[in-house]
Design a protein around this ligand. Structure first.
Ligand code: SGN
Ligand code: CA
Length: 536
């Protein structure tokens, strides 16, 4: 063999080695996406120390990044999840409210990851009908799911599991990571809690502790909605007026009878009976041992309570149960992070913690979400990825749930389809760029419906918001978050803000055009909604 020929063979051999697919797989990160349901950023100690300590969720902020202005495009459960999967606004992906069907046939990021060598799983609440597409394994709650001994759809088959929902979802996720994972492939797991969704039923280990606590009241718990428009006044989200006494505050129906209290809604007593009816005898006995004395105490105090005292009592009941369910979520996050450490997976795994939207914890006197006001428009977002994100990073830019799909595809080195509308924030969170959008678009559709939050859309910048409420009203609202962070005063008609108003109208129209929204689409979705809900 002459020298030239042997050098050629050697070079060809090196070429084969360097072309082997191995290094690419080794470099692609795993994704563990943790989403809870209705988890307010006010109830994460990395955001605020006032209500609860969440040391495990906080770890992600310490070891990675916290986003102080992460927002959703549409503050309600199923639509938010559709945006997460598709990377498209609600008016493009079609799932505008909890009522309209979701089209699983459209592209979503897990499908793309699966087709490009990732092993994918979906465990917990997804709230989108139909068999999830894009997952090698799925175990999801049907609809809203239950806290105690919940049913799951495992690959579409209904299975009842004994235990507490947060624990079961966590155990299943850990089992998948430990025993079902293909170590040759990177993974993408959507690990989605039901908690802390209504009707806020903690596990025994937490209700014993949390029912003893007293929480601070927000400054605007007794908001009278002066200074706002019709929409805030018409909403049915007030803790005193609109929570269910049995279903939410956990008054026993016979105690309500004795006191002459009528249930707020037609289904509150049913909710209570269904929820407690799912408990096994031990769970029920533990529940009664704590909630019966609370009922007894209330029975004594009720005859002399003022409206204000009643509101305070209901607020405390709400916080005790809501935060009790979060304590379990935080523990579960700790278990999963510990496992990543033990298995040597922490370094190469992107861990995200977020919620499908924010939530009112008594601000404006409210519970629930839906509005473009800050507490429900914003959502918690914390991300750890040691390879790219510096510990203690704080991101103030306006990212949205619209950006998740393109961001994860970017990390996985998969090209995002053109139809996806979000932007990858990979470089932003890595500190490689400071370039980011200056305004975001919001839309909300589910009306008339439970909680009666009117249809609206709007634009938000770092400092200002402009919203248009439509359908049975035609009202504009505008807020200056710098001078009015609690959004108590609509300044739409304030002449001092005339230039700001003009600028916001312009940005709003630009964004609606850019993303493909229009009054015609609003009409189309309104008509479809009214047809689907007629007679219901
Ligand atoms: C249920 C809740 C509402 C909640 C919707 C939507 N009531 O109807 O308070 O707004 O779900 O929630 S409940 O007492 O029946 O749970 S979402 O998270 O699915 O959007
Ligand atoms: Ca939700």
């Amino acid at each position: 063999m002459n020298l030239i020929k042997s050098i050629a063979i050697l070079i060809a051999g090196l070429g084969i080695i360097s072309c082997s697919p191995k290094p690419k797989e080794a470099q692609r990160p795993n994704i563990l996406f943790i989403m809870s349901d209705d988890h307010a950023y006010q109830a994460i100690s990395a955001y605020s120390n006032e209500l609860i300590q969440t040391p495990n969720i906080d770890r992600l902020a310490k070891e990675g990044a916290i986003f102080t202005r992460a927002t959703v495009t549409n503050s309600i459960c199923a639509p938010s999840r559709a945006v997460l999967l598709t990377g498209k606004h609600s008016f493009i992906n079609g799932k505008v409210d909890n009522v309209m069907p979701f089209d699983w046939d459209q592209p979503n990021f897990p499908k793309l990851m699966q087709a490009n060598g990732y092993q994918t799983a979906m465990i917990g609440k997804i709230h989108l009908d139909g068999i999830p597409q894009g997952f090698d394994f799925s175990m999801v709650l049907p609809g809203q799911g239950n806290y105690y001994n919940p049913d799951f759809l495992v690959e579409g088959q209904k299975v009842r599991k004994e235990g507490y929902v947060t624990d079961i979802i966590t155990e299943t996720t850990l089992d998948w990571l430990k025993n079902k994972r293909d170590p040759k492939k990177p993974f993408c797991v959507l690990y989605h809690h039901k908690a802390p969704h209504r009707e806020w039923e903690p596990d025994e280990r937490h209700f014993r502790e949390f029912t003893k606590k007293t929480f601070r009241e927000p400054a605007n718990l007794f908001d009278d909605y002066e200074g706002r428009g019709t929409a805030a006044k018409a909403a049915e989200m007030n803790i005193l007026k609109h929570q269910n006494w049995a279903g939410d505050s956990k008054l026993y129906p016979d105690v309500m009878n004795e006191l002459g209290i009528k249930e707020t809604s037609g289904w509150g007593i049913n909710a209570f009976n269904n929820n407690t009816g799912r408990m096994n005898p031990e769970q029920k006995a533990a529940w009664d041992s704590v909630y019966m004395p609370i009922n007894e105490d209330f029975k004594k105090r009720y005859p002399n309570m003022t409206e204000k005292e009643l509101m305070s009592w209901r607020y405390q009941r709400y916080m005790q149960d809501y935060l009790g369910t979060i304590a379990a979520v935080d523990e579960s996050v700790g278990q999963v992070l510990d496992y990543l450490d033990e298995a040597g997976l922490a370094e190469n795994t992107i861990v995200v913690y977020t919620s499908d939207q924010g939530f009112y914890l008594g601000e404006h006197g409210w519970f629930d979400k839906r509005f473009m006001y800050e507490e429900s428009f914003r959502t918690p977002l914390l991300i750890r990825y040691p390879k790219e994100i510096k510990p203690g990073t704080v991101i103030k830019e306006l990212v949205q749930n619209l950006d998740f799909a393109p961001t994860f595809l970017d990390y996985a080195k998969i090209e995002a389809p053109k139809e996806m509308q979000g932007e990858s924030f990979r470089n932003l969170v890595a500190g490689k760029t400071t370039q980011w959008r200056d305004a975001v678009l919001y839309t909300y559709y589910e009306y008339p419906s439970i909680h009666m939050v009117k249809r609206h859309y709007g634009v938000a910048t770092q400092r200002y918001k402009l919203m248009h409420f439509y359908y049975d009203i035609d009202e504009w609202e505008m807020y200056d978050l710098e001078t009015d962070p609690m959004e108590m005063k609509n300044i739409y008609n304030d002449s001092a803000y005339a230039d700001v108003q003009e600028m916001l109208h312009k940005r709003l129209e630009e964004l609606r055009t850019y993303y493909g929204d229009s009054d015609e689409l609003n009409d189309k979705y309104l008509k479809a909604y009214l047809e689907r809900t007629a007679g219901k």
